[in-house]
Design a protein around this ligand. Structure first.
Ligand SMILES: Nc1nc2c(ncn2[C@@H]2O[C@H](COP(=O)(O)OP(=O)(O)O)[C@@H](O)[C@H]2O)c(=O)[nH]1
Ligand SMILES: [Mg+2]
Length: 269
């Protein structure tokens, strides 16, 4: 039996989701059209890559609720959410020839809140050839500024001219492999040491919160537990700093992590 990875393709209408779906699966299953809202029901196909079965799901475009009054649009929304909840990875598609909108931002936040792995794909690079460098900066900056608690490297493709199929499938494969294992205590605690060496929690009134041990406890989603003393008085700034450092030092891309700060129980009580 092969293990499966559910991957759904999400993005505003017309960014090229169905084209990407068809190119990756080598099919013509999903209807491509310049008319928004063509894909109403999710379309699913499985793709074998190495020892992994990748279930690719093309979803209709998701719009924010206030615009979902139309019956067709509502259907897209509820089906999309259902599939999103079941998926392991989201391919978040943006149109490179377009600006990022409030709609994209809301959608992205919704996916993050569900603790999904996310690969950001900027499509239609054939339309922005000479502006590619600027666009790369624009998209990179957008995510860094708005979503500092996840590390992302947007992937630039042209579904029509250069789909980068192998590259994308390998990315999915890596995510799958990472979700199968826990990072060793030794590695995690070396990271903890180096974080603390650079910047310790600040004193709160008279005492300083201390973090003594860090443990990776779950990889789907990524959850860490930090044990120590007086951790309830850790500042929000420090927690943000800490999360960011864990991401950077452990090289965790494409996923949000949760760190639970837990006060050590007194072993003598
Ligand atoms: N220039 C260009 N057009 C694209 C690309 N990918 C998709 N399109 C076009 O964008 C329109 C919408 O594509 P579609 O796949 O239906 O988008 P969806 O609504 O997100 O599923 C169609 O006219 C596609 O031919 C691309 O890489 N470059
Ligand atoms: Mg479509």
């Amino acid at each position: 039996m092969t293990a499966g990875l559910n991957v759904c393709i999400i993005g505003k209408p017309n960014v090229g989701k169905s084209t990407i779906f068809n190119k990756i699966t080598g099919s013509h299953t999903s209807e491509v059209s310049e008319i928004s809202g063509t894909t109403v029901y999710p379309i699913e196909l499985s793709e074998k890559f190495k020892d992994l079965k990748i279930n690719l799901i093309d979803l209709g475009g998701l719009k924010k609720k206030s615009k979902s009054h139309e019956k067709k649009q509502k259907l897209i929304t509820s089906e999309t959410l259902k599939k999103l909840n079941m998926s392991d990875v989201v391919l978040f598609i943006l149109d490179g020839s377009d600006e990022i909108t409030k709609n994209d931002k809301q959608l992205f936040r919704l996916i993050l809140n569900k603790l999904k792995n996310i690969i950001v794909i900027v499509n239609k690079t054939d339309l922005i050839k000479e502006k590619l460098k600027k666009k790369e900066e624009y998209f990179k900056y957008f995510f860094e500024k708005n979503f500092p608690n996840i590390l992302l490297k947007p992937i630039f493709i042209s579904a029509l001219k250069n789909i980068k199929r192998e590259f994308l499938l390998n990315k999915l494969y890596d995510i799958f492999k990472n979700s199968q294992k826990l990072i060793k205590n030794k590695d995690v605690n070396n990271v903890l040491k180096s974080i603390l060496a650079k910047h310790q929690p600040v004193f709160n009134k008279k005492s300083r919160p201390t973090i003594k041990f860090l443990r990776h406890v779950n990889s789907k989603p990524f959850i860490f537990k930090a044990f120590g003393n007086r951790l309830t008085s850790l500042s929000k700034d420090y927690k943000n700093y800490f999360v960011k450092q864990v991401l950077l030092k452990l090289n965790i891309y494409n996923q949000i992590i949760v760190i639970k700060f837990i006060n050590n129980k007194n072993p003598y009580s």
